[in-house]
Design a protein around this ligand. Structure first.
Ligand SMILES: Cc1cc2nc3c(=O)[nH]c(=O)nc-3n(C[C@H](O)[C@H](O)[C@H](O)COP(=O)(O)OP(=O)(O)OC[C@H]3O[C@@H](n4cnc5c(N)ncnc54)[C@H](O)[C@@H]3O)c2cc1C
Length: 355
């Protein structure tokens, strides 16, 4: 049996940031991941300045490819009109293939490729698959994390109301248009689609929407994907590409959260911490990993309550004041923003397309 202070299930941003912080406090951690790194992770790889702040690095210090956007471009497709949007803001894109590997190496933690199956308690220790034993256990295994399923299923139930589904493809492409572009609610999609250029000649195209509305939609996510790829060709953004998207679901932040039970903890997507408006989860995963490590090292209770729940509000007091107002209607973005008039917009598109 391998013994350590802390066992971390999952080597994504949540797990590796936790391991990195534990090491700073003189604690050892082993990270178990079902995949060898570097590994592909479905993600647009859009990161905010807050992510770099949490990692305590400046963009020029990031040793892999990074693109800086000084503006984000978008279009909102309302029922009556289409509105162009431009935000003057500094944002970044990275490739998760590189970013997660870099974070894992930076953590200095021992890394073992092992798909975690069974977790049991042995006194005040946790035992994983009768092979690994630790006083503390971190669930950082994303949406299907075994720690979340086996220890937190009743404590932290994840409501389907907060689930998003996404389709995406990242591939080598000599992009010419260097803008990051988002399209909100096109053809009644209860979500948004994106075009995100990456460093080193890569591009990420994707589409995501709230699962519950998608279930009742007359246009499936796959059909929305086909519309998006046609649009890429029509706009001349991508030419002659063979499209092969992959799908994934995850959860955005819901109000009541239990992320600690005895000495077991959840961080990142396993806790469902992505933001409620843009479904960004990298920043919350890193922040929750760091805070959980600090709580363990200082023997205090973990508090994730003020982790940013809305990308648009950023950090600080405004985020907490306006965030609490938005929280009163937990599914505000899902129902009032993304799904607003989505059926009528769908019907209009289908009528125009003759189906
Ligand atoms: C299409 C798409 C686009 C997105 N775009 C963005 C974006 O642009 N910006 C943003 O901030 N967020 C984005 N997100 C969300 C973001 O990817 C996640 O919130 C983030 O990866 C969460 O990090 P994590 O460490 O919690 O989990 P993950 O990054 O999912 O890492 C979990 C790790 O656990 C491992 N694992 C799982 N099960 C087991 C097991 N049984 N045993 C061992 N290991 C296991 C996995 O192999 C994986 O390496 C996007 C998500 C999707 C699906």
């Amino acid at each position: 049996m391998v013994e350590t202070d802390v066992l971390i299930v999952g080597g994504g941003p949540g797990g590796s940031s936790c391991a990195h912080e534990l090491r700073k406090h003189g604690m050892d951690a082993i990270i178990l991941d079902k995949e060898a790194f570097p590994r592909t992770k479905l993600c647009a790889g859009w990161i905010t300045p807050g992510v770099l702040e949490s990692l305590q690095i400046r963009p020029e210090e990031y040793p892999r490819g990074i693109v800086t956007f000084d503006e984000i471009h978008g279009e909102y497709f309302g029922l009556k009109k289409q509105r162009p949007l431009t935000w003057n803001t500094t944002q970044y894109s990275i490739r998760r293939y590189e970013f997660d590997h870099w974070m894992l190496e930076r953590s200095g933690a021992e890394f073992i490729v092992h798909p975690v199956k069974e977790i049991r308690k042995d006194g005040n220790h946790y035992v994983v698959d009768d092979l690994y034993r630790a006083r503390y256990l971190i669930g950082a295994g994303g949406t299907h994390c075994p720690v979340a399923r086996q220890i937190f299923a009743d404590l932290n139930p994840r409501s389907p109301a907060y689930q998003v589904g996404a389709l995406e493809q990242e591939f080598a492409y000599q992009w010419k248009d260097e803008r990051c572009i988002l399209w909100f609610g096109e053809h009644g999609l209860p979500g948004y689609s994106w075009y995100v250029p990456k460093a080193g000649g890569y591009i990420n195209i994707g589409i995501g929407g709230f699962s519950e509305h998608m279930k009742n939609s007359r246009i499936t996510l796959r059909q929305h994907w086909d519309l998006l790829t046609r649009k890429m060709e029509d706009l001349g953004l991508i030419k002659d590409h063979e499209w092969k998207p992959k799908g994934h679901t995850y959860f955005v932040h819901q109000k009541a959260k239990v992320t600690q039970s005895d000495n077991a903890f959840l961080v990142g997507d396993s806790a469902g911490l992505a933001t409620c408006d843009l479904a960004e989860g990298i920043g919350p995963a890193i922040e929750s990993g760091i805070r959980t490590a600090r709580a363990i090292a200082t023997n205090s209770r973990v508090d994730l309550s003020d982790i940013g729940r809305y990308s648009a509000l950023g950090p600080g007091w405004k985020a907490s004041v306006f965030g609490s107002i938005l929280d009163r209607k937990g599914t505000f973005f899902r129902d009032r923003v993304y799904a607003r008039d989505f059926r009528k917009k769908e019907d209009r598109y289908l009528a125009a397309a003759g189906s």
